[in-house]
Design a protein around this ligand. Structure first.
Ligand SMILES: [Zn+2]
Length: 342
């Protein structure tokens, strides 16, 4: 089959397009014919070798997969060849204490698809059958590949790790990112008043088009003051954050008394100073969010089938264009999702 392998880390790393042996399903696995695979910030961290886990190469990246079942291992029941599926990228063991209570995001034996084993920038991929999720009939492959990781991450943040009440002010950082663009739509559906951020006029228009009531200009140093002004100095109830670094500190300036910041990423810095005095005086919360549970993927795909969320697909690339897609994401030129279609 054709596949893209990462053979050396770097920014850019060396991605090699070519022939590799077809995957064969293990006893508890399925081989999926990949129809679409979304590109994520995680792919760039992997490409750069910038993750705190061993990253042996070569490896086929790609962690946001949709396709059809091509072959099943001998122990796999409940699935048929030809079924349309999405694949949960945070692979889980199914028997640790956290998996037992449906919190696969906390699995003690978790593995990342497309990083710790071969992923979806290929014509075929072997995955544990436990990671398969049925695609609703109305959801096409590109939509699934744009929501299964990024959209479910936002769903996990907004409905599992934090709660949104109708009328709440929600600040969704980075409205053109995969997580940010989904967060705006999910928060709106939950009845929130949404503020987002964008560094260019085009990005701000994009976020407004998704339903953000206000979009503040993060190229202005005092953008948190703008958020406070919009909310009549009160601040927002919830911040959906995935940037880290200085931005996370600025988010506290935007936060109301009793408010929550939920964060799932650290693109611009993994260490942040925290001013403890206002934090406890205002009874604020900082909540971590990692990956997703199966129910978050089912929810986001159901919402897509019902028309409650629609990913914005920036561009569809052929498999041989994976390097070009990674470069576009690295240059922050992607609004919404880049999707690879092998
Ligand atoms: Zn587990």
């Amino acid at each position: 089959m054709k596949a893209v392998q990462l053979i050396a880390h770097g920014a850019p790393g060396q991605l090699q397009y070519g022939d590799v042996p077809d995957p064969v399903p293990g006893p508890d696995e399925a081989v999926v014919r990949v129809r679409a695979c979304g590109l994520n910030r995680l792919d760039l961290w992997f490409e750069e070798g910038n993750l705190p886990i061993p990253l042996p190469l070569p490896r086929i990246p790609g962690c946001e997969i949709s396709g059809e079942i091509l072959a099943l291992g001998k122990n796999v029941a409940n699935w048929r060849e030809g079924e349309r599926v999405a694949v949960q990228s945070n692979l889980f063991c199914g028997h640790c204490e956290f998996c037992a209570r449906g919190e696969e995001s906390l699995c003690l034996n978790g593995e990342l698809l497309g990083i710790q084993r071969n992923g979806g920038f290929a014509e075929r991929v072997a995955v544990p059958a436990s990671a398969l999720v049925r695609l609703p009939g109305k959801v096409d492959f590109a939509t699934a590949a744009a929501l299964t990781l990024a959209g479910s991450t936002a769903m996990h943040m907004l409905t599992c790790r934090a709660q949104v009440r109708p009328g709440d002010w929600v600040l969704a950082i980075g409205g053109t990112s995969g997580v940010g663009s989904a967060a705006i739509q999910i928060a709106r559906q939950l009845g929130a008043r949404v503020i987002s951020t964008g560094s260019t006029e085009a990005k701000r228009r994009f976020a407004a088009g998704l339903g953000a009531r206000h979009v503040v200009d993060t190229s202005q140093a005092d953008w948190p003051a703008e958020v406070r002004k919009i909310t009549q100095k009160r601040g927002v109830d919830l911040v959906v954050e995935h940037v880290g670094g200085e931005v996370l500190g600025q988010c506290f300036t935007c936060l109301a008394r009793g408010g929550t910041i939920v964060t799932c990423g650290a693109t611009s810095g993994r260490e942040v100073p925290l001013k403890l005095w206002p934090f406890f005086v205002k009874e604020q919360k900082l909540v971590g969010s990692y990956g997703r549970n199966r129910k978050d993927i089912i929810a986001i795909l159901d919402w897509a089938a019902e028309g409650k969320i629609k990913p914005v697909i920036h561009k569809v690339y052929p498999l041989s264009g994976t390097g070009e897609a990674c470069a576009a994401l690295r240059q922050r030129a992607v609004m919404g999702k880049a999707v690879i279609e092998p």
